[in-house]
Design a protein around this ligand. Structure first.
Ligand SMILES: Nc1ncnc2c1ncn2[C@@H]1O[C@H](COP(=O)(O)OP(=O)(O)OP(=O)(O)O)[C@@H](O)[C@H]1O
Ligand SMILES: [Mg+2]
Length: 350
């Protein structure tokens, strides 16, 4: 029997994309009400949350010893349960502002494909402890496909690629189910690490994660550009320990990301190889849709299309596809029930 009930007129049901890098919240009837970095600052002396989102991100690396800035998710899954719960409680509270607190909201949350039962239970428990009446869990690529208005309920093969910060999810969906899927940790955070490593080995310079991310966004491209891009960055000379400046170009970033790009390609090939022929012919015809922040990497659709021989397009508004999909389910869950990760299934593997 489905656990989701129809009547929730008086509660502010919400859809959440609890991402490694960004947390987005959709409130039923209102749309996206929040889009903030998934960072929480905690005061260890009082155990209280000091800041959440942008405010907490601004504190990264600049806090006194008793204040900790935490990214509660890592690789798309809960790595700090208590802080995740705090974050969800804060979001639920914000979403319910001015509404009755009698009934907790129903919450729709995405998790990466292939998370273990223990991990999806952790997300469900965190939502319930944070005050949710029910938690509907579904796979992020499914949510993103729904948010991108792809025909997930029809007998047609739909292939999607969600490149987030902590995980890349690949799925072929047909008739309310993921037919083939794969999750990989080669995603935005890994790209940043690749850039840090490259600068260290090629320039003998140490740069931080934030700088690496700025480089990736400003000049990152996986195919040669007609007009080269460059960005000057400052780091610490590994030999002298003193600051030094270098200029990085899109070609440097391409070198840095080459192995990760190969790994992504292999993961996509694996999914394609395990897709039944009839659905594969749909994919060849209709193409692959990419979303998540990584979809914005310059030249990615072109390179993937060329290497895989499949048309590839970026979803409109790739950073909000998952939460908009969670939002569609929040408005009317029933048609999507087959996609829900069942609580009983989860409990089965205690
Ligand atoms: N223009 C851009 N070019 C390349 N990468 C980008 C760009 N904009 C954002 N990103 C990257 O996208 C990632 C964030 O995307 P997104 O918000 O989809 O991730 P997430 O949902 O928080 O993570 P996950 O789904 O893995 O839990 C970050 O790694 C960020 O650096
Ligand atoms: Mg995501």
């Amino acid at each position: 029997m489905p656990r989701w009930s129809k009547n929730s007129l008086f509660s502010s049901d919400i859809g959440i994309d609890l991402g490694t890098a960004n947390t987005l919240v959709y409130v039923r009837g209102k749309g996206i009400v929040m889009n903030e970095p998934s960072v929480v600052a905690v005061n260890d002396r009082t155990d209280q949350v000091v800041a959440i989102g942008k405010d907490a991100k601004a504190m990264l690396g600049k806090t006194p010893p008793h204040i900790r800035t935490v990214r509660p998710l890592s690789h798309g899954v809960v790595s700090d349960f208590e802080v995740t719960e705090e974050l969800l409680a804060y979001l639920l509270d914000k979403a319910r502002q001015g509404r009755t607190k009698l009934f907790g909201p129903r919450v729709v949350i995405g998790v990466p494909t292939g998370v273990t039962n223990v991990q999806s239970r952790a997300v469900r428990d965190a939502a319930k402890n944070a005050g949710a009446r029910e938690a509907i869990i579904l796979e992020e690529p499914v949510a993103g496909a729904i948010g991108s208005k792809l025909p997930v309920r029809e007998a047609v093969g739909t292939m999607v690629l969600d490149i987030g910060a902590g995980t890349t999810d690949i799925a072929v969906i047909s008739l309310n189910g993921a037919v083939a899927s794969k999750s990989s940790q080669v995603a935005g955070d890994r790209f940043n690490d690749n850039i840090i490593e490259f600068v260290r080995s090629e320039f003998k310079l140490g740069i931080g994660e934030r700088t690496a991310e700025e480089v990736k966004i400003a000049v990152g491209a996986v195919m040669p550009l007609t007009n080269a891009l460059e960005k000057t960055v400052r780091g610490r000379d590994l030999a002298t320990g003193l600051p030094r400046e270098i200029t990085l170009t899109d070609a440097h970033v391409r070198d840095a990301l080459a192995l990760s790009l190969d790994a992504l390609m292999d993961a996509m090939k694996d999914v394609i190889e395990s897709t039944p022929p009839e659905l594969l012919s749909d994919v060849l015809e209709r193409g692959v849709t990419i979303f998540g922040g990584g979809a914005l990497l310059r030249g990615l659709p072109q390179v993937l299309a060329k290497m895989l021989g499949v048309p590839v397009k970026v979803a409109p508004e790739p950073l909000t596809a998952v939460v908009r999909g969670a939002g569609v389910v929040t408005e009317d869950p029933a048609p999507y029930a087959d996609f829900f990760i069942d609580e009983d299934e989860t409990l089965g593997e205690a």
